[in-house]
Write a new protein. Structure first.
Length: 251
């Protein structure tokens, strides 16, 4: 089955539920399909289950594969769009935990984090367990994880904003903007309150575009990748020093 592990698990869970409701035991399935009972049990557990075999089981449950896929999609819990205050406090109190969560949210697996940063499993495993207990991730088979929070979430509460202030902001403030390889863009513009709100939405849209770019790059590139930080910010311009620095009237 060429699907993600989480999607496959959802399909199997729905299928087992439908088969049980209609009285299909492993013994009955084995007899009907002419297979061994042990094989039937493996299939019901999602092991050794090809697409053709999945369709066979779905047919026994009175469902087409398309109906099964739709049922699995509807059965998936909606992702949270905002963290609770307790979740933000837990993340803000542990720099590694918050970084790990953000990388998982961005699509990076725990194994890749361990390899890139030399994090031993004795450190990574307790952190993953804590994220699971905080209802921030769901742990899947094969060491994979799935975030339970929408990637487009915004941190509107104090704790994680304070963490950004102390951990990430200094990296941007220390950046040499005069360096030849510095990558940045800057504009000075005059806007109404409505225009400023629209610009804030453009920044959020740009963030989503960057997330999509990172996902495509991860899936398609064969080149080595490295970690980058990006900051988009909007603030009223402090013009108090401009008049003092302007040339005086020599007339």
């Amino acid at each position: 089955m060429k699907r993600s592990s989480s999607a496959s698990a959802a399909l199997i869970a729905i299928l087992r539920r439908q088969l049980r409701r209609q009285g299909w035991t492993a013994v009955r399935i084995a007899t009907t399909l002419g297979i061994g009972e042990a094989t039937a049990k493996r299939w019901l557990a999602g092991r050794g289950l090809s697409l053709d075999r999945l369709e066979q089981l779905a047919d026994l449950a009175g469902m087409s594969f398309a109906e099964l896929a739709r049922a699995a999609e509807q059965d998936r819990p909606a992702l949270a769009r905002e963290l609770t205050l307790a979740q933000e406090r837990a993340l803000s109190g542990d720099t590694f935990l918050s970084f790990l969560f953000m990388t998982i949210l961005g699509g990076t697996g725990p194994d890749e984090i361990a390899q890139d940063f030399g994090v031993p499993m004795t450190v990574l495993e307790p952190a993953l367990l804590r994220l699971e207990r905080l209802a921030l991730i769901d742990r899947l088979r094969g060491g994979r994880v799935r975030p339970l929070v929408d990637r487009s979430l915004a941190f509107r509460k104090t704790p994680l904003r304070a963490t950004f202030e102390h951990q990430m902001k200094p990296q941007f403030m220390a950046m040499d903007f005069a360096a030849p390889d510095a990558i940045y863009a800057s504009e000075v513009i005059k806007l109404s309150d409505m225009g400023a709100a629209q610009l804030a939405e453009l920044i959020e849209r740009h963030r989503r575009d960057v997330q999509a770019l990172a996902e495509q790059d991860r899936e398609r590139t064969l080149l080595q990748r490295q970690w980058y930080g990006m900051l988009c910010a909007l603030r009223p311009l402090d013009t108090s020093g401009l008049q003092a620095s302007a040339p005086g009237d020599s007339g």
